[in-house]
Design a protein around this ligand. Structure first.
Ligand SMILES: NC(=O)c1ccc[n+]([C@@H]2O[C@H](COP(=O)([O-])OP(=O)(O)OC[C@H]3O[C@@H](n4cnc5c(N)ncnc54)[C@H](OP(=O)(O)O)[C@@H]3O)[C@@H](O)[C@H]2O)c1
Length: 317
């Protein structure tokens, strides 16, 4: 059976993921919505869909079975709430919302309506990330995760990355990945320390998070919107280490160096594999009558959001 998607928004990621959906043999884009009909029409035409100049009208189209929310963070909750209330499955871009409390409300709505909700944490669906998780016991007792994600974001004041009212800043945009990776590998931290730089308008441009875990392991996580960072993740255990590259959140290479063994290199041809995995997960969950994913569970999304909230409070103290 083909899963029919409605895409809310027409920006960069809406087009990227929309294209993946449109090319997948078991998925199709039924509709695209925007605040402006002409923008919806431009993307809808390319994806073979119909266009709406209003998200609610698109969501209420009976042809739409699942809604992909790709508006700026600050607007995720509003669109996702309409979809959940209408009983439409929701795949919502990261971070699920701009705050822990708004994310908790969305999860509660998913529970009360019995409607599927998942954050589009595509990193968790990358086959090399999944391979690393499967091979983790071979690394022995994990001691550290060092990850970074940073680029020079153009100083365009209209960009959502710099707009305080749209949830701009490196923490919500980039640290959501580094923290989620650290938690995926090490569990919940017992202590979180954040230092960083805020702009005059309060938008955070870079930060370093230090997470301490009950096992004694730690994670050192650097994120920046003003400097290009390596983008890799190094995972070290008592029996070996792993390196996800060139970017840990969409890796195409996993190096494993296990004590006493030949080095292993695993490669992936398509960095967008995580996009395919996340839409296939939505279809699988709907087939199985689940309202939550086992790969990117709502509880994990909230736990990562909790760490980001702690970091945000320290950065703004
Ligand atoms: N998974 C990933 O790899 C990935 C990558 C990039 C971004 N993201 C996430 O996806 C979301 C969108 O990012 P993007 O890079 O695609 O952003 P973008 O290019 O700026 O596009 C966002 C779209 O949302 C709509 N929009 C803009 N301002 C809005 C507002 N004030 N209220 C409601 N809608 C508004 C616009 O569509 P209309 O004008 O047509 O309404 C715009 O095209 C963010 O939450 C981001 O974190 C994920």
């Amino acid at each position: 059976m083909t899963l029919a998607w409605g895409i809310a928004a027409t920006g960069r990621i809406a087009r990227d993921v929309g294209t993946v959906i449109a090319r997948h043999p078991e998925h199709r884009v039924a509709a695209v919505s925007s605040r402006a009909l002409d923008r919806a029409q431009a993307l809808a035409t390319d994806l073979g869909a119909i266009a709406y100049g209003d998200h609610r009208a698109m969501i209420e189209d009976p042809a739409v079975q699942a809604v992909y929310v790709a508006t700026p963070h600050s607007n995720h909750a509003e669109v996702a709430e309409i979809a959940l209330a209408a009983g439409k499955a929701v795949l919502c871009e990261k971070p699920l919302t701009h705050s822990l409390s708004a994310s908790e409300r969305l999860v509660a709505l998913s529970e009360s309506t019995g409607t599927f909700l998942m954050e589009a944490m595509w990193m968790r669906f990358n086959p090399l990330v999944q391979l690393l998780v499967a091979r983790l016991p071979e690394l022995g007792s994990l001691r550290s995760v060092h990850a970074s994600f940073g680029f020079v974001a153009p100083t365009d004041p209209s960009s959502r990355l710099w707009a305080a009212e749209l949830g701009g800043g490196a923490l919500l945009d980039l640290a959501v990945y580094t923290v989620d990776l650290a938690r995926l590998l090490l569990g919940d931290p017992s202590a979180v320390t954040a230092t960083g730089t805020l702009r005059a308008d309060g938008v955070d441009e870079e930060q370093t998070l230090h997470l301490r875990f009950p096992s004694g392991a730690h994670a050192l996580l650097d994120t920046s919107l003003v400097a290009k960072l390596p983008g890799t993740a190094t995972v070290v255990g008592t029996h070996g280490s792993a390196l996800l590259s060139p970017t840990f959140h969409a890796p195409t290479r996993l190096d494993l160096a296990l004590r006493g063994q030949e080095p292993e290199v695993h490669e992936l041809s398509d960095r967008r594999a995580g996009f395919v995995g996340e839409i296939e997960e939505v279809a699988r969950c709907l087939r199985e009558g689940r309202r939550d994913s086992t790969v990117a569970p709502q509880a994990q999304t909230l736990a990562t959001s909790r760490v980001l909230e702690q970091a945000r409070q320290q950065l703004h103290a």
